[in-house]
Ligand binder design. Sequence first.
Ligand code: IMP
Ligand code: MG
Length: 184
Amino acid sequence: MDLYQPETIHVNGEKFRVYLTHEEIQQRIKQLGNQISKDLKDKRPIFIGVLNGAYIFLADLMRYVSIPCEVDFLKLSSYGDEKVSSGQVQDLKEINAHIKGRHVILVEDIIDTGLSMKYLVEKLKRLEPASLSVATMLHKTEATKHEVQIDYVGFKIPNLFVLGYGLDYAQEGRNLAQIYILEE
Ligand code: IMP
Ligand code: MG
């Protein structure tokens, strides 16, 4: 069976088309992995993935990182099944790792308004890591209202709803191998 990557897909009654292909995504993640390997050489970083959306990006990113590293996860909820943010962030799962004095890389699928990331950066900084950097596969630059410093960005994208490659719409579409954008 091949990767699941149709040209278009209907989810929740709306039509999406391919925006970033599997090859484009892999090429870019390879560059990010190489950069992180250089920047954090000898630092044994710990990646903290934000569930659910970041799990596929993180899985691929870590395999392009060629230095010793660790991983842990936390889970937030803010969207429900809608296409726009509820404007509220809720903790659904905490990390188990001790990050005091560690070099932490927070890994998100997408930064939209920036609310989730701002919340997470403030939350993890209180645990006194040696350094904290932020990696996101996608950044909706025009939508970002909360100021966040982003160290590693896969792709800057327009302010339109996307899915696939870990990102869902009403929990569907995460298994798509490419990134799809809503047809206007
Ligand atoms: P923010 O707090 O507004 O930056 O929203 C970040 C979170 O909303 C991400 O972690 C995603 O889970 C979700 N999200 C934002 N935009 C999209 C999208 O276009 N498709 C799927 N999920 C999205
Ligand atoms: Mg998310």
